[in-house]
Design a protein. Structure first.
Length: 76
């Protein structure tokens, strides 16, 4: 059996139900704008897409967890 850390590293985050490509693009553009630190992006998502805080948090978490993979960057 593989060590736990190796098994966890191979897990792919599951895309939350309300998350769309439009949400991810919005967050990419928000990051590029520099208007906010991305840890503070939840209210921006809520306002732009009429999401609850919980929905926005799930989308933001997914965006953060998959950023490197979606942008072909090596994780630090």
């Amino acid at each position: 059996m593989k060590p736990l850390d190796e098994r966890l590293r191979n897990l792919k985050p599951e895309r939350p139900d309300p998350c769309t490509d439009e949400h991810l693009q919005f967050l990419d553009e928000l990051r590029e704008s520099g208007d906010t630190n991305m840890y503070g992006a939840r209210p921006y998502l809520c306002d732009a897409f009429l999401l609850t805080g919980t929905e926005a948090g799930a989308i933001l978490s997914y965006w953060m967890e998959t950023f490197s993979e979606r942008h072909n960057e090596t994780p630090r």
